[in-house]
Design a protein around this ligand. Structure first.
Ligand SMILES: *Cc1c(COP(=O)(O)O)cnc(C)c1O
Length: 371
């Protein structure tokens, strides 16, 4: 049997580099609460991401939740897309807000601004679009509609670490953009996340909110959770940041090889490369058009599995179809999102995936075709 290929593999720095980074913590005994590593990482990421300011969190999900809170949003409707990881929808619901689901565009799977405006009501307070697979949303049109209706814009930028659009860091768009630094993402702090913003008043609010809402020793202004990033995560982030450009360059090679091998197979739709975007090659999604390809996505998924290759049905099901939402929402309200979720697979991609392994994967995918 061939060696198992997982869908992703977490990036780790050389062990000595990490040990060196954490050594001084045995002198300081300062392990969390905005320590030295935390502040250092924050500064490094501000530069790297090209954003005015950012706050760090224990994960990307808490960055999303507390961004809604910091913008003062606790009731009303938020327009979003169901073609995402369930975190996006959960963040809205857990904040006491009502998600309103907008369909996605056929070509890049991000929220369709043409369908967004019709969903705006007197109760709409914000939009939370997702840069799906690293595909940048229609930022200009979303912002224009939001501005016209006085809506806040919070981007779920979990897939877009290191990307830029029209020469600007992707995290600099919207009122707030949230990144995830989860182990499976292009860049990780083991678990972690960040909210990026330009409005200076948001920084202090976010910092208090992620620390139980504590203002000072005797004042608590908000019923906050604990969502602080600790020093071991920050140290991992400092190390991984030194290598991330190299990792993205390796991902680009994997992505190019996939394209080369798959582009001429009828019935496969490969992820678009948008102009003005510097891509991070976070995912390699393939949409299978069953009528042309001859078999369904699920057949390919099973064939890959049988060959010890772990592809993912990502995102399937869409969030409106999961157990906790399907009684309230109807996946048929967003037919394109539903169809894409039923026909997409993300193929393995990570920096150290070899060209031989990519070829092995492409051989299995191509071999499934029934013309
Ligand atoms: C990973 C992810 C999140 C959640 O981030 P965590 O760091 O795992 O909490 C949210 N939205 C999307 C689209 C994601 O991929």
């Amino acid at each position: 049997m061939n060696k198992k290929i997982l869908v992703t593999r977490s990036s780790m720095p050389p062990m000595d580099e990490y040990i060196n980074e954490i050594k001084e913590m045995w002198d300081t005994h300062w392990l969390t609460n905005a320590g030295k590593k935390h502040e250092e990482l924050r500064g490094l990421l501000k530069d790297y991401l090209g954003v005015k300011d950012l706050e760090l969190f224990t994960n990307g999900h808490m960055a999303l939740e507390l961004s809604l809170a910091a913008l003062g949003l606790s009731s009303g409707e938020v327009i979003t897309s169901p073609f995402t990881f369930v975190s996006t929808t959960n963040a809205i619901v857990r904040s006491g807000l009502k998600p309103v689901f907008c369909d996605i565009k056929e070509d890049d799977y991000t929220m369709d601004p043409d369908k967004m405006e019709a969903l705006i009501t007197k109760d709409t307070v914000a939009v939370m679009p997702i840069h799906v697979y690293g595909n940048v949303c229609d930022i200009e049109r979303i912002q224009e509609i939001a501005d016209r209706h006085g809506l806040k814009v919070i981007y779920d930028a979990a897939h877009t670490f290191g990307e830029s659009y029209k020469g600007r860091g992707i995290g600099s768009y919207g009122d707030i953009s949230c990144f995830s630094f989860h182990a499976t993402k292009v860049y990780n702090t083991i678990e972690g996340g960040a909210a990026c913003f330009a409005d200076a008043s948001l920084g202090e609010k976010l910092a208090q909110m992620r620390d139980f809402g504590i203002v000072d020793e005797e004042r608590v202004a908000y019923a906050g959770p604990n969502a602080k990033m600790h020093e071991f995560s920050a140290a991992m982030g400092i190390c991984n940041l030194r290598h991330v450009d190299e990792e993205i360059a390796k991902r680009a090679k994997v992505s190019a090889r996939y394209r080369e091998r798959l582009k001429d197979i009828d019935g496969l739709i490969l992820n678009p490369v948008k102009k003005d975007v510097r891509s991070n090659h976070a995912y390699f999604p393939v949409v299978f058009e069953e009528e042309v390809f001859g078999v369904s996505r699920d057949v390919v998924f099973d064939a890959l599995n049988k060959n010890n290759i772990g592809a993912r049905k990502y995102f399937y099901p869409i969030t409106t179809a999961v157990e906790c939402y399907r009684d309230t929402y109807d996946p048929l309200d967003t037919p394109i999102a539903k169809r894409i979720s039923e026909s997409v697979l993300t193929l393995p991609i990570y920096a150290d995936l070899t060209m031989d392994e990519v070829d092995r994967i492409c051989d299995v995918v191509g071999g499934c075709r029934r013309a």
